[in-house]
Ligand binder design. Structure first.
Ligand code: ADP
Ligand code: MG
Length: 247
């Protein structure tokens, strides 16, 4: 069966005044796929997500979701920005429930969803805590549980674990994969960390420096949970690193 296309960038160009950032970029994201995008700082990774979600106007070309321009009322999309955090004035449970309330999801279903999400990220016991009482990793878990709670059709993540210690990152990444498998959400995950991209992605897209083009898209079909020490893992990591050396 043909893979269904979830997101399609067609000849996407984005300029800020004279600065050409995204230069005639085209690629597809398959439904249910976990795509990692790797690119140098300032190449336009965040800009791409902002164009997709219509926070920025596109200079030329288009981005389609299920064949149409995105409609924020119709499409169910979660976007974890680079600086996304919790809402300090809400408990863990209320944070996770937030998107469900906005979408006016039936109370019984919302209760179930919140319980399910808290269980997967191991925060059930902490549901009545406030963010100030939590560690950094627990806060990241609340953010991810909140993002998945509505079972979004598309989840956009912009370097969410950039600042975290490596052991913690692996744990959060494993929980992210578990949530992805459970919900079937299409994920576009941005990182500048090659190991993270190979640990998570089904495909890895490498971008060039500005003006930015797609340098290469490579498949990454290693079994999960992935082991960063295996030869297959190291081979793909080296391949991506080589592509990056000539950014
Ligand atoms: N709102 C904006 N106005 C002007 N220039 C911008 C704006 N947002 C981003 N840029 C520029 O576009 C380029 C890409 O930025 P960004 O998408 O944040 O890069 P990345 O996320 O890959 O690090 C940078 O040169 C940045 O300065
Ligand atoms: Mg960015």
């Amino acid at each position: 069966m043909e893979d269904k296309i979830k997101v399609q960038a067609k000849n996407l160009t984005k300029r800020f005044g004279d600065l050409l950032v995204l230069d005639d970029i085209s690629f597809d994201v398959k439904e249910g796929e976990f795509l990692c995008i790797v690119g140098p700082t300032g190449c336009g990774k965040t800009t791409f997500l902002n164009c997709l979600t219509k926070l920025f106007d596109i200079t030329a070309g288009e981005i389609l979701v299920d064949g149409n321009p995105i409609d924020c009322k119709k499409n169910n999309i979660s976007y974890i920005l680079q600086e996304t955090s919790t809402m300090e004035w809400l408990t863990v449970e209320q944070n996770v429930r937030f998107g469900l309330d906005i979408k006016k999801v039936d109370k019984k279903l919302a209760d179930e969803r919140v319980a399910e999400m808290l269980e997967i990220v191991g925060l059930t016991k902490f549901k009545d805590y406030y963010p100030r009482q939590l560690s950094v990793s627990m806060i990241q878990r609340v953010v991810i549980a909140r993002a998945f709670a509505t079972y979004p059709e598309l989840l956009l993540m912009d370097e969410p674990y950039g600042q975290l210690d490596i052991d913690l990152r692996f744990k959060l990444e494993d929980e992210l994969v578990a949530l992805w498998k459970k919900t079937g959400t299409t994920i576009i995950f941005i990182t500048h960390n090659v190991e993270e991209a190979v640990y998570l992605g089904e495909r890895i897209m490498v971008l060039t420096n500005k003006p930015t083009k797609v340098k290469h898209i490579l498949p990454c079909e290693l079994e999960r949970p992935r082991d960063v020490t295996t030869k297959d893992f190291v081979d793909i990591r080296n391949e991506v690193t080589d592509l990056i050396k000539w950014w």
